[in-house]
Design a protein. Sequence first.
Length: 254
Amino acid sequence: MLSANEQLRYSRQLLIKGFTETQQLALKNATVLIVGLGGLGNPAALYLAGAGIGRLILADGDNIDVSNLQRQIIFHTEQVGENKATIAGQHLQQLNPEIDIEVIDEMIDQEQLDYYLNEVDLVLDCSDNLATRYAINEACVSHKTPLITGAAIRFEGQLLVIDPRQETSACYQCFYPKTKGEPALNCETAGVMGPILGVIGSMQALEAIKLLTNKTTSINKIKMFDGLAGQWQEFNLIKRAECICSDTNLTKLV
Ligand SMILES: [Zn+2]
């Protein structure tokens, strides 16, 4: 049952046809791990806290830098130097006192991922480096935990929903195999326009809400956003037989 306070707080989404107290309770009973509280993690976490995800685990070992403030919309100038996950946690708790927030103020490692994925319904990959992306993807594949991964650079963004509970679901390594190596460009070298992160981070939050409330989400599709053209494109992603996500290879991870 939702309390009167919760009924009021979530009234605008409870008004939506097909979104009932059952869906709201599904959000309330959910635990979501957000890895990276930067440009993507900020908007994603704000929307998920607002929507009433019952337990949010925020992981980020970085401290706020003045160059983050152009796009990391939770943080203020006087918070420069403080840990991102800690400050985001305080902000989100003020936004919604009804939810539980847990902070991991260090770079999440394989051991922590294995520990937390036992109690997490969904992971948002809002990280900014390939090593973390691979570690999250591998942990999600081996724990059969859904993963929503986002990325952005310059005026472009991309989104991928992975659901290892479904046998046919491809994974991040199907899209970007380890053999490809580190991409030549990233936010630090090529830059990124703030609102692009807002678009992709918001899409990650939306897909999370859909996934947790059993609304349709599309696996095996790469969604690319071209901010200059204002257009989305969708590409099919094939599950690769030699990838870690194929059943025969899965045992190697465990
Ligand atoms: Zn794969």
